[in-house]
Design a protein around this ligand. Structure first.
Ligand code: ATP
Length: 239
């Protein structure tokens, strides 16, 4: 299980972005992380994947644990080797490289299983197979998002941290991404899903958290969140 306990994160020694957050991603589950802009969602993903220092952030209190081991101060590369992969917001792909070259970059530490992982990604995303020789910069927004996810899958992670995978995509493409997340999870990967699109996230999550101003204000099963009056009004637009 991947978890954080009582985590406090500060940027530039002044901005307290997380104020004592506890959260768990059990193996094989989809956990949704909801909340308004600035609540601390991206910060939490960075703390889990070792990317805080790139943003001048640091853990001031609390711990990040993997199966009970303290992994709070491991670098991103070490965390990736332990099976934690972060797909950043904004579909960052290498635009001049081809689709397949992007996927091969994602395999860095796991060259042994390159062929099998490439086949798995091509099966999950047939469009990436069709466009394998195209420069990634020529793919549509949805295809670039698929490529960003596919690249993370090339090291066969145990946990995938997804930051706003549906952002800016057409409803039909959001549905495709949603179905793929379900499939990746069914194949055994635990998923922490940050989403503005709470309808999509809660339709596939087992559990959910709402973060506001750096604090967890709700920690419930996805079913309970779907039925909660405040969640329906503020996050599902069903008020
Ligand atoms: P969004 O959806 O807008 O990304 P979020 O819930 O992911 O929101 P964070 O991006 O984690 O929230 O931001 C949490 C707080 O930390 C905000 O007050 C934000 O301004 C601040 N913050 C985030 N990144 C930095 C940074 N690199 N330097 C200073 N402050 C930061």
């Amino acid at each position: 299980m991947l978890a954080v306990q009582n985590l406090e994160v500060v940027y530039d020694d002044v901005v307290l972005a997380l104020r004592g957050v506890s959260l768990a991603v059990p193996d094989g589950q989809v956990v949704a992380l909801l909340g308004a802009n600035g609540g601390g969602k991206s910060t939490l993903l960075r703390a889990l994947s070792g990317l805080l220092d790139i943003h001048d952030g640091e853990i001031r209190k609390g711990t990040v644990t993997l199966d009970g081991d303290d992994i709070s101060h491991l670098a991103a590369s070490a965390l990736a080797r332990r099976g934690i992969k972060h797909v950043l917001e904004g579909r960052r792909v290498f635009k001049e490289l081809t689709t397949d070259e992007n996927l091969r970059v994602g395999a860095h530490a796991d060259r042994r299983n390159l062929k099998a992982n490439l086949e798995r990604v091509h099966t999950l995303f047939p469009v990436l197979h069709e466009r394998r020789d195209s420069p990634a910069g020529l793919l549509s927004g949805g295809e670039q998002q698929m490529l960003a996810i596919g690249r993370a899958l090339m090291s066969d992670p145990r946990y995938l941290l997804l930051d706003e995978p549906s952002l800016g995509l057409a409803p039909k493409v959001v549905e495709q991404i949603r179905d793929i997340i379900v499939e990746i999870n069914a194949q055994g990967t635990g998923i922490l899903l940050v989403e503005q699109n709470a309808v999509m996230a809660l339709s596939i999550a087992h559990h959910g958290y709402v973060l506001e101003n750096g604090r967890v204000v709700m920690d419930r099963t996805a079913e309970q969140l779907r039925e909660d009056a405040d969640v329906r009004e503020f996050y599902l637009g069903l008020g």
